[in-house]
Ligand binder design. Structure first.
Ligand SMILES: [Zn+2]
Ligand SMILES: [Zn+2]
Length: 384
């Protein structure tokens, strides 16, 4: 049994010494194996993972390694467990932890900064200067430390957000995504009420950026993309206007909708050369652009336009400044329905199928959730 020194457990949550976990072998090779159940240290808890959502970044990590990094190198064949958008139940407490109790349902954010570098001291823990140094206390679960495609994971108490009883496991996994969108808006200044926001790209982060911007009072909220089905979901999440860029010129339409001047804020969630240049040209003088997608290579952009118009560009990584908790607050109050982007559910044992649905967008999959809480059947797949 699991009974490490200094760790508080409860008979209500018996923990096996060995857990089941997916481990990354060679590229595109995941192995379902037994692995020692991890032990929480100071200010850490053991989370029993109840559900985990698949992110495009997981697919990238599993096939090409980056942006995950283990011991300063690619994460292959290092007994690494990917997965970062998870929620679960606190199952054991590290030494002296009394901030949460065993049995509480929590969503997690990815990053726990080292707490000792100058960025962490400024509150910028997703930009921790000791990124990738677990020996310094830094964690980015699913990137530099073990993640959520397993039965249990370790989380720093600062990464936990309580899940209300009224919220389903699947919805709670989406708090990380909504938190990333919230962080983008936070870095742009946060006070978007009455100001125009364009979101480029109706992926999960883009769709929830629409929802969060709308919940914060932005007006108008405009969403651009190419797939009508996803644009329609954006409309349901609060977009005042959707633009299919295959049918309309996004820059022209945004200018028309903003009295000819362009948008106050643009959140770029597509990461292509075309869309980044659209963002530059649809932002008004002194406006701000948030780059929320990772472009795949160097891009040629109209920097002169950017400079001449005093346009600010922000790169964001992750879900910093406790944005996940603010996103959770909006979701707990049902200010938007994040579950509109959740399309499929599979059992943890069936992770490879879940990954295939996410990668190939089988049945128009957007967010695919894997649950460890129960054994899913085909009926679950059809039902959710
Ligand atoms: Zn993600
Ligand atoms: Zn740090």
């Amino acid at each position: 049994m699991y009974d490490p020194a200094g760790v508080t457990t409860s008979p209500d949550f018996p923990i096996p010494a060995q857990m089941k976990a997916w481990i990354l072998g060679n590229p595109d090779e995941l192995l379902f194996r037994g692995k020692a159940t991890p032990i929480p240290g100071r200010a850490e808890v053991l989370v029993r993972i109840d559900a985990v959502a698949i992110c495009a970044t997981d697919l990238e990590i599993i096939s090409s390694g980056s942006p995950a990094s283990i011991q300063g190198g690619l994460p292959f064949n290092k007994s690494f467990t990917p997965g970062h958008e998870y929620m679960g139940t606190v199952a054991a407490l590290g030494p002296a932890v009394d901030e949460v109790a065993i049995g509480e349902r929590v969503s997690v954010e990815i990053h726990a900064g080292c707490g000792q570098c100058s960025r962490c001291r400024q509150g910028m823990y997703t930009s921790c200067l000791n990124y990738g140094r677990p020996d310094k206390g830094h964690r980015a679960n699913g990137f530099t430390t073990d993640g959520g495609f397993a039965e249990y994971a370790i989380n720093h108490i600062n990464t936990l957000a309580r899940v209300p009883d009224t919220m389903s496991d699947a919805e709670a996994t989406l708090v990380v995504t909504a938190g990333t969108s919230m962080y983008g808006l936070t870095e742009l200044g946060g006070l978007v009420a009455g100001e125009s926001v364009v979101v480029i790209g109706p992926g999960p982060i883009g769709l929830l950026a629409v929802a969060v911007a709308k919940a914060l009072g932005a007006s108008p909220v405009i969403l651009t993309g190419t797939r009508n089905k996803r644009l329609a979901i954006g409309k349901e999440l609060g977009a005042d206007r959707i633009i299919n860029v295959a049918e309309e010129n996004a820059v022209d339409v945004v200018r028309q909708l903003t009295g000819g001047i362009g948008a106050d804020y643009v959140i770029e969630c597509a990461g292509t050369e075309v869309t980044v240049n659209q963002a530059i040209h649809m932002t008004n003088r002194g406006g701000k652009i948030c780059m929320a997608a990772f472009p795949h290579g160097p891009l040629t952009t109209d920097l002169a336009h950017l400079v001449k118009n005093n346009i600010y560009v922000y790169g964001i990584r992750g879900e910093g400044r406790s944005a996940t908790r603010r996103a959770m607050a909006l979701m707990a109050e049902k200010r938007f329905d994040a579950t509109k982007i959740h399309t499929h559910t599979f059992a943890l044992d069936d992770l490879p199928t879940a990954l295939r649905y996410a990668r190939d967008r089988v049945e128009d999959a957007i967010k695919v959730v894997v649950t460890a809480r129960r054994t899913a059947t085909l009926a679950d797949v059809a039902a959710e």
